[in-house]
Design a protein around this ligand. Structure first.
Ligand SMILES: Cc1cc2nc3c(=O)[nH]c(=O)nc-3n(C[C@H](O)[C@H](O)[C@H](O)COP(=O)(O)OP(=O)(O)OC[C@H]3O[C@@H](n4cnc5c(N)ncnc54)[C@H](O)[C@@H]3O)c2cc1C
Length: 410
């Protein structure tokens, strides 16, 4: 890939795309945010509207994903999550499953399955990435879902229960991570496509959540789910080679071996940071406007240094978070090695910033900030997710500390 210098500004094409995304976020998502938050349902009409203008489409997502500057995805995430986090996750959740296929699938698998994840403007679909389990969240290696190969039929048989799956059960295509060799821990994992309508896959409990309530989160139950051999991402030959290497090294199994699920998480962490930047920026903007218009003691509340300094800190944190995210995204796209775990750093800092800035925004709006009449209450609830999914803040710190020190910190 050609070398691309790190840029602190967007080019003209990117600015145009950002302004188009911002228009959709401001005119379509923001006005609908409170309603879908209360309904706690997937906002299908909004996904359909996004599909009609090409915003919810494989083409658009791929264009941003392969943007050589690395800024396409963070820019997209920031604008959409600025609009509304719950609706935005309903729009971009499919991308997590798509990245799972892009990271581990063959060209043919990518070409076959990724388009089916999105459907088309007349018949919109979503996809789900299912890794987490009730007893395997941060500890991915303890996954219990099993995939057993039935050689006679060239089929894989999946059994287990996945949890917390975004779009789980309502997806057209599910990407499921399962253990093919439990003795190898995370090195014995593989990812599978479960095609639309496959018998044995069903939705379990749908969760009622604190925030991002427009995004569907549910258990996915796999009961003797049979998928054809070609649904193993990367193919059997590659898996067998990988397993053989892992068995040979089984004794000295380090902790830094890449497995199917971790490859997906690595690719998507700065993108989650960008989501957090979007929510934080949204809350900061509401707070700034409120500070300038709300009067107490005969003057705008921002006239008080204590309030103005809060806003200065909020904006400084948002910009610092964005810079870390852009750096990590650029490093990822240009193939640089994350020698100081810069991807995890960006997610950690941006997630914690979103929680802090949205809390500061509530404080700045006083009683109004605490009500659902104003959006910062929802933004604060939404912000709590970023330090949990795609690896909690503690796990990011663990990754950063291990990378910096080279020590097996626990
Ligand atoms: C809304 C939502 C959507 C999600 N979407 C998806 C999805 O689409 N697909 C999917 O596969 N998963 C998804 N997840 C799951 C998410 O990735 C997990 O919740 C997350 O990885 C944490 O796992 P856990 O909830 O089991 O927490 P646990 O791992 O049980 O952690 C509990 C606490 O212990 C801390 N902790 C754990 N281990 C350590 C350690 N070694 N050192 C220090 N602290 C530690 C954690 O940081 C956390 O604070 C989603 C979750 C939510 C809430």
């Amino acid at each position: 890939m050609a070398e691309t210098e790190f840029a602190l500004d967007l080019n003209d094409d990117q600015k145009e795309v950002r302004s188009w995304l911002h228009g959709f976020a401001a005119d379509v998502m923001r006005p609908a945010a409170a309603e879908w938050d209360e309904r706690e349902e997937t906002p299908w009409p909004i996904i359909q509207e996004a599909a009609k203008i090409g915003l919810y489409s494989l083409d658009f997502y791929a264009q941003q994903y392969f943007d050589p500057t690395g800024l396409g995805i963070p820019m997209t995430m920031e604008e959409l999550f600025w609009g509304d986090a719950g609706i935005a996750l309903s729009i971009v959740g499919t991308g997590l499953a798509a990245v799972g296929v892009l990271a581990n699938g063959t060209e043919e698998q990518i070409g076959t399955w990724v388009p089916q994840m999105y459907g088309d403007a007349g018949d919109v679909k979503v996809a789900a990435f299912c890794s987490s389990e009730p007893d395997a969240g941060s500890d991915v290696a303890s996954m219990r879902t099993r995939a057993v190969y039935d050689e006679a039929k060239d089929e894989w048989v999946l059994n287990g229960t996945k949890t917390w799956a975004t779009n789980g059960g309502i997806a057209n295509v599910h990407v499921v991570v399962a253990s093919v060799d439990p003795e190898l821990g995370s090195k014995g994992h593989a990812s599978f496509i479960v095609p639309p309508g496959t018998p044995g896959l069903s939705q379990g409990q749908k969760f009622k959540k604190h925030g991002i309530r427009a995004s569907h989160t549910a258990e996915v139950v796999l009961d003797d789910v049979r998928v054809p051999g070609h649904c193993l991402l990367g193919g059997k030959e590659k898996l067998d080679e990988r397993l053989a290497r892992a068995r040979e090294r089984a004794k000295g199994s380090g902790e830094r071996v890449k497995n199917a699920a971790m490859a997906t998480f690595e690719a998507s962490r700065p993108a989650v940071g960008a989501m957090a930047v979007g929510t934080a920026r949204a809350a900061y903007e509401v707070a700034l406007e409120y500070g300038k218009t709300r009067e107490q003691f005969g003057r705008p509340v921002i006239d008080n240094q204590g309030v103005a300094f809060q806003l200065a800190d909020m904006r400084t944190s948002v910009d610092a978070a964005r810079l870390l995210v852009w750096r990590a995204s650029w490093m990822g796209v240009t193939g640089r090695k994350f020698e100081s775990a810069e991807g995890s750093m960006s997610k950690l800092f941006a997630s914690e910033t979103a929680k802090k800035v949205t809390a500061q925004a509530i404080q700045l709006l006083g009683g109004n900030g605490y009500t659902r009449e104003y959006p910062v209450e929802r933004m604060h609830r939404d912000a709590a997710i970023y330090s949990i999914f795609e690896g909690t803040s503690e796990i990011q710190r663990l990754v950063i500390a291990r990378t910096l020190s080279g020590m097996p910190i626990r």
